[in-house]
Every structure is written in structure tokens, then in C-alpha cells.
Design a binder for this molecule. Structure first.
Ligand code: AR6
Length: 176
């Protein structure tokens, strides 16, 4: 089941929270900053425990890395680095879909029954919200058709407008 919730993702009692991180897994602003603030300082060390795969890159764009969730109500944080929007010709749409698919695959491997996603890439990284919402909803729908877990995916909006956009896209996809 996919649902849309308006609010602060750090407060949600779900098994896994997805973080819109950066490739370095260094605490930044936006939802990433909120997650680090709420989880506590151990989270940064847990992120740094993931090895660099090239200088300055612990999680390439579209991939995911898991940490404990420390002080969050969740059990795990699945960090993903979304694409920076560069006009749409740099593979941004495919990479954003990869973030959702890879995070859901990781959640399934962990045994997570519920997962919450922020609107990855649509803040500081500049991805247009409506396009991102359509990709998010489609990627989640397709993934949920392939197995039992996760049972519940929560798409979290941080503004009324984003919630409205997500609900519109979800209705569109569910209507087929
Ligand atoms: N709960 C839910 N959603 C939130 C919250 C929150 N507490 N706070 C912000 N959002 P952004 P990006 C929404 O900028 O575009 C960081 O510096 C926000 O309104 O957090 O993927 C990272 O370290 C927007 O809809 O992520 C990276 O460097 C959405 O979360 C970079 O920003 C995503 O906005 C990633 O940029």
C-alpha cells in the first residue's frame, strides 16, 4: 500500500526511513540535516564507516547505504544520493527511479514492513516536483508488485503543495 503523509519524516514510526543524502554521506541541510539532528551525532560516524568507493564518494548517485537509526523511532536509515537536476538531459529521471527501487530492494532485504520516503532531489537538488512525484509513485508501484515486503510505503511531503502533487500522481497511477 502506498500513502501520502504531510509532515516531518523524522517523527514517523516506520521500520525504515529513507534519507535524501549526498554522495559523501556528510550531514547536509534539508531533510538530511533534520534526520541527522533527530538521530544524534552517532549517525555521522555510522555514515563515515561506509568506505569511499572513489575520493569523496561513499554512496554513488542512485545507490543506497544503510545505517542504524539511533534516536529516530525507525529501525534503519536507508541513505540514498539523488541526482542533482541539470535540466533533464543528464539521466536524472533514471537515476531518481534507481534511488526508489534500490531503497525498496534494501528495505525488503532488511525485512522492513514499512518505509518512508522524502521527496528525493526536489529540494536543494532542484528536481521538478511533479516529475519527481510521478517517478516516485511509479517506481514504488512497480516494486510493490514484485513481492510481499515492504507492506507499506509512505511518501512524505513537507508542504501542502507537495502533498497535493503526490496525491494527484498517486491517484493517476492507481487509476491506471
Ligand atoms: N521531513 C520530510 N521532508 C522534508 C523534511 C523533513 N523533516 N525537511 C525537508 N524535507 P532536500 P535534495 C523535504 O533539499 O533535494 C542536503 O544538503 C524538502 O521540502 O532535503 O535531495 C543533502 O546533504 C524537499 O521536499 O533534498 C544533499 O546535499 C525534500 O525533503 C542535498 O541536500 C528533499 O529536499 C540533497 O538535496
Amino acid at each position: 500500500m502506498i500513502s501520502v503523509v504531510l509532515g516531518d519524516i523524522t517523527t514517523l514510526a516506520v521500520d525504515a526511513v529513507v534519507n535524501a543524502a549526498n554522495v559523501a554521506l556528510l550531514a547536509g541541510g534539508g531533510v538530511d540535516g533534520a534526520i541527522h539532528d533527530a538521530a544524534g551525532p552517532e549517525l555521522q560516524q555510522a555514515c563515515l564507516d561506509h568506505p569511499e568507493v572513489e575520493p569523496g564518494v561513499r554512496c554513488p548517485t542512485g545507490e543506497v547505504r544503510v545505517t542504524d537509526a539511533f534516536a529516530l523511532p525507525a529501525r534503519w536509515i536507508i541513505h540514498t544520493a539523488g541526482p542533482v537536476w541539470r535540466g533533464g538531459e543528464k539521466d536524472e529521471e533514471r537515476l531518481l527511479a534507481c534511488c526508489y527501487r534500490n531503497a525498496l530492494a534494501e528495505a525488503r532485504a532488511l525485512g522492513a514492513r514499512s518505509v518512508a520516503f522524502p521527496c528525493i532531489s526536489t529540494g536543494i537538488f532542484g528536481f521538478p516536483q511533479r516529475r519527481a512525484a510521478a517517478i516516485a509513485v511509479r517506481a514504488c508501484r512497480h516494486f510493490l508488485e514484485t513481492g510481499h515486503l515492504p507492506e507499506r510505503v509512505v511518501l512524505v511531503a513537507f508542504s501542502d503543495r507537495d502533498a497535493e502533487t503526490l496525491r494527484t500522481e498517486l491517484d493517476r497511477v492507481l487509476r491506471g
